[in-house]
Design a protein around this ligand. Sequence first.
Ligand code: AKB
Length: 316
Amino acid sequence: MSDTILIIGACGQIGTELTQKLRTVYGGNNVIASDIRKGSEEMLNEGPFEILDATDKEGILAVIKKYEVTQVYLMAAMLSATAEKHPQKAWDLNMTSLLAVLELAREKHIQKIYWPSSMAAFGPTSPKINTPQQTVMEPSTVYGISKISGEHWCNYYHAKYGVDVRSIRYPGIISWKTLPGGGTTDYAVDIYIDALQKGTYECFLSAKTRLPMMYMNDAVNATIQLMQAPEESIKVRTSYNLAAISFTPEEITAEIQKHIPEFTISYNPDFRQDIADSWPQIIDDTAARDDWKWQHEFDLESMTTEMLTNLRTKIS
Ligand code: AKB
């Protein structure tokens, strides 16, 4: 039987590019995009689209039945900075949506689930350098609490009901097509846009705040690679650590200055500094590299060239 995929939260930063890539891999009509708001013209032209509330289990089931969906990618979530402002809403969106999809798999309406976790599942007491796959995990943010809880729900549904749910702990994701919203790592996208538009950027994190990051192409490839891996190779059913690059605002500035020498940065840390300080600086993703042969392609240099080239065209 061929795969039919439903993406919930297809209009978000990762959802947009994941939808595009999955449509090239599986064919436009086999990938149903959905979101709480209407998608772009491009998204609507390239395949089916449904308005869908990620917390509405019956609504999701209706779409699954309509298109005979076999796999769900649940990409809808409230990210770290916004979640600190709306804790109850964040918990409700992030947890209700996951439990709805896990239940639909337990009830055998779908065969496979992808659900993103985050490095935010780690906390201030986790090792910051080479953060292992398994270690102390005591997140200090609402978003992180929802991610560590979600990971355990995934593990539980796999162990108890045999649900094939797969997950990655994303680092900060950097992209130019759709902007991120409400995250702590968003500075690493904003900085490129302001470098091109204003020649200067005021950063909400301090100069030496090192965080794990990844270019979108790598994140999308990793996600599809994990979902296509043979079931017996998936040994982690909470969520896989995933890493590519780690840098500070100071270091990304120096890289941008190689292209735009007059670019300047100033620092004005806000509440997001505490969030960033609670997260890992460098992540050990040996398990993903061993189990399903993950390899990243982009480093800070190649990502910066791609970001500036693509944003220049988009902005002009
Ligand atoms: C955020 O900053 O909240 C996200 C994440 C690290 O999951 N980008």
